[in-house]
Design a protein around this ligand. Structure first.
Ligand code: GTP
Ligand code: MG
Length: 421
């Protein structure tokens, strides 16, 4: 507000106020609006195709210029457009979180969802892939891989229990359907994928093939108290051999721990930042130094979640360590950059294919109708020509008739004269 202009908390709260306004200027809207628009366009294409088919059926009945083949081809377009609209309805933005055990992957997701959705902490080690997605239902539920059954979950405790009870393989996927109206990110079609620690699994290739190939953004949750580990780096090396230039964010989590040693703060931060940039730019070669600078953040997921829960009236944020505001502000900065990145990337990778197919269908549609028009034109000319030929014949016959009649008249006349004489 105007009273404490300039302070970080004021900026942060202005930021929040902007984000929560109904017109919603979240960068995720780039994806949401593009999805709506492309869906409308395919709706129109579907109408055109249907109109064209009705028209062709009429033409087919009345004239002989259409072959059944062309009508059939036109009819396949309806199915194609339907198929594209089905895929489109399921298109979403997917973000996958990786990192070593206990670095705070589940905590980061919870902080972003503004709720304790996923089990985290001691005894709650994530032991399979967990995908959180928005659902229109009012109550959360989960669906195990290979099953259609909706298992109701009232609480995190229950979710953790349900996950422990099942003998799950670590690369198996459990889908958690969380009410859309409880979180803006889920409402706007962001899907979160939580994973077991990269240090516990030998099946990294299977993980990547199964869960990563359609991800729009990867978040490496690192521990700011140590440096990037070889296991973490190796995982992303593997990812970048299978995907061209994956979008990777690095979160140096547990940055609150640095509050106890303020004298090393800048030095440690600079070191982590340098190494992170080197990793993205020189090792993985996925971005430029300038871009990398916008991909690395120093945050505390635990604090961010505490603050957000306190905002909703659960617990208090009084005990948060020195420098919390800065870390919280950086967490929001990360979210903003993340939203921009994921919505742009998803629009490009997902909708580009749809628009190519849309163009192809409308071109084919046009070609068929052009040919039909051309054939109709030819038919018309032919009919006109036939009519002209017929007219000529009639004229000729009339003339002949006239001549014959005149001739006959003359002959009768002569005959009458002859008889008279
Ligand atoms: P696994 O699922 O076991 O691989 O761990 P994870 O990466 O999901 O970590 P999780 O979110 O379960 O967090 C592990 C522990 O670290 C929990 O007790 C969290 O409360 C704690 N933790 C997470 N983020 C932070 C943080 O920013 N600061 C501090 N101090 N603790 C954190
Ligand atoms: Mg976890």
């Amino acid at each position: 507000g105007p009273h404490n202009k300039g302070s970080i908390s004021a900026i942060a709260s202005d930021f929040r106020a902007i984000r929560n306004t109904p017109q919603d200027n979240s960068p995720l809207q780039i994806f949401v609006k593009a999805k709506r628009k492309i869906n409308d366009i395919f709706g129109e294409i579907e109408d055109y195709v249907k109109d064209a088919i009705d028209y062709m059926h009429v033409v087919e009945k009345e004239l002989s210029i259409l072959n059944a083949e062309e009508v059939k081809q036109m009819e396949t377009f309806v199915n194609k457009v339907h198929g594209i609209r089905d895929v489109l309805a399921r298109d979403h933005m997917k973000v996958a979180f990786f990192g070593r055990t206990s670095n705070g992957k589940s905590s980061v997701i919870n902080a972003m969802l503004r709720d304790k959705v996923l089990p985290s902490g001691i005894g709650h080690t994530t032991n399979c892939f967990l995908q959180v997605e928005g659902s229109p239902a009012d109550e959360p539920y989960l669906v195990l891989e290979g099953s259609d059954e909706h298992c109701a979950v009232e609480s995190v405790g229950q979710l953790a229990h349900a996950l422990c009870k099942e003998k799950l393989n670590e690369s198996q996927l459990v889908r958690v359907f969380w009410p859309r109206n409880r979180c803006v990110l889920l409402r706007d079609d962001v899907v979160f994928v939580d994973s077991p620690g990269v240090d516990v699994s030998p099946n990294l290739d299977e993980w990547i093939d199964k869960h990563c190939l359609d991800a729009d953004v990867f978040v490496l949750v690192a521990n700011a108290e140590s440096t990037l580990m070889v296991t973490e780096k190796n995982f992303f090396h593997k990812v970048s051999t299978k995907l061209s230039k994956p979008n990777i964010f690095i979160l140096n989590n547990r940055w609150d721990a640095s509050a106890t040693e303020p004298e090393f703060l800048d030095q440690v931060r600079r070191q982590h930042l340098e190494r992170g940039i080197d990793f993205l730019v020189k090792e993985l070669k996925v971005c430029t130094p300038k871009e990398a600078d916008e991909r690395i953040f120093f945050i505390s997921a635990k604090e961010a979640l505490i603050a957000r829960l306190a905002e909703k009236g659960f617990g208090s944020s009084n005990s948060l360590a020195e420098g919390f505001q800065n870390r919280y502000f950086e967490f929001e900065d990360f979210e903003r950059k993340f939203e921009e990145c994921i919505s742009k990337s998803a629009v490009k990778t997902k909708f580009e294919q749809h628009s190519q197919r849309g163009k192809y269908i409308s071109n084919e549609l046009r070609n068929i109708l052009d040919k039909l028009y051309h054939d109709a034109q030819l038919l018309k000319e032919e009919k006109l020509k036939q009519r002209k030929d017929l007219n000529d014949k009639i004229n000729f016959t009339e003339q002949q008739l006239m001549l014959i009649t005149q001739d006959m008249k003359q002959k009768i006349h002569d005959m009458v004269d002859d008889v008279g004489q």
